[in-house]
Design a protein around this ligand. Structure first.
Ligand SMILES: [Zn+2]
Ligand SMILES: [Zn+2]
Length: 282
């Protein structure tokens, strides 16, 4: 049976060359072709400002997918990605991030969002005074110029300086921003736009393969793409007394189009939970 997306065009909302990361997964797994319409996706938020919240990422990605349909009326499938990087709230000193891919098939009524959390990021933010000798080392540590950086005044972070191409340009911008800052400091931080960040491209590619593989599976009942895990049920019985525990008992595979769902036992084959996880036995 031929996959519904074979030889289909999928519109990708990007201004930052994300097709370099996403074309291969969709071509190899589904035989689909990623096409990029002319869009101003920066209008929906950029990486130069505040780090957006994960729930806002889903909405923004879905909005971007809708922009694809407006720009390409003859395309039925759209793909958009959002990323959020910065210090993880729980572990303030460990940088990390999440990449989110949203897929919309308006013909079949399919919406699928794939997220991928990662610690593979070079995200850094540091402050420096004018002439600080550590500026160069910090810049090198951030992977510049392979990885992009932004410079901004510490007391007014609203207008970051982007697209700095050489070390001299960055250093000059830092000293200028430090000079006009109330605390005498310039902020140097990572440019996380995909085309300025090779590591983000790798994470996007991995997320792309995960999403393409999910779409590869067709619903056994209605043959819509995207059949797969939709949830789980807890209550695996205790090995000693048989009471339900918080361990997962069944995994559930389902179809978002026709609602067909099937539960299956745990992948690891466990039929009972260890006694130490049982409230009744403790
Ligand atoms: Zn028990
Ligand atoms: Zn179905």
């Amino acid at each position: 049976m031929v996959h519904p997306y074979a030889n289909q065009r999928i519109g990708l909302a990007t201004m930052h060359g994300k097709e370099c990361a996403l074309a291969a997964p969709f071509r190899r797994v589904l035989g689909a072709r990623i096409v990029v319409p002319p869009l101003d996706t920066d209008a929906l938020g950029t990486f130069s400002g505040e780090v957006p919240r994960p729930d806002a990422l889903v909405e923004t990605a879905l909005l971007k997918a809708e922009m694809v349909f407006e720009a390409m009326p003859d395309v039925d499938c759209a793909l958009a990605s959002e990323g959020s990087y910065g210090p993880i709230e729980r572990l303030p000193l460990v940088p990390g991030g999440v990449e989110l891919l949203a897929f919309v098939d308006r013909k079949h009524g399919i919406r699928h969002v794939e997220t991928m959390a990662t610690h593979r990021t070079t995200w850094r933010l540091q402050r420096f005074a004018k002439g600080d000798p550590d500026r160069l080392l910090a810049l090198k540590g951030m992977g510049f110029p392979r990885f992009g950086v932004f410079v901004v005044c510490s007391s007014d972070m609203s207008r970051p300086i982007k697209n700095l191409a050489t070390v001299d340009e960055v250093i000059a911008a830092m000293d200028r921003e430090a000079e006009r800052s109330q605390d005498g400091l310039a902020v140097l931080y990572s440019d996380m736009r995909a085309h300025k960040n090779p590591m983000r491209m790798l994470v996007l590619r991995a997320a792309g393969f995960r999403l393409a593989k999910r779409l590869q599976r067709l619903c056994p009942k209605c043959h819509a793409p995207g059949y797969g895990p939709i949830g789980s049920r807890r209550g695996l019985p205790c090995e000693a007394c048989g009471e339900p525990t918080h361990w997962i008992d069944f995994e559930i595979d389902g179809c978002s189009v026709c609602g067909h769902a099937v539960s299956r036992p745990r992948k690891d084959g466990r039929r009972t939970a260890p006694r130490r996880s049982c409230k009744a036995c403790r």
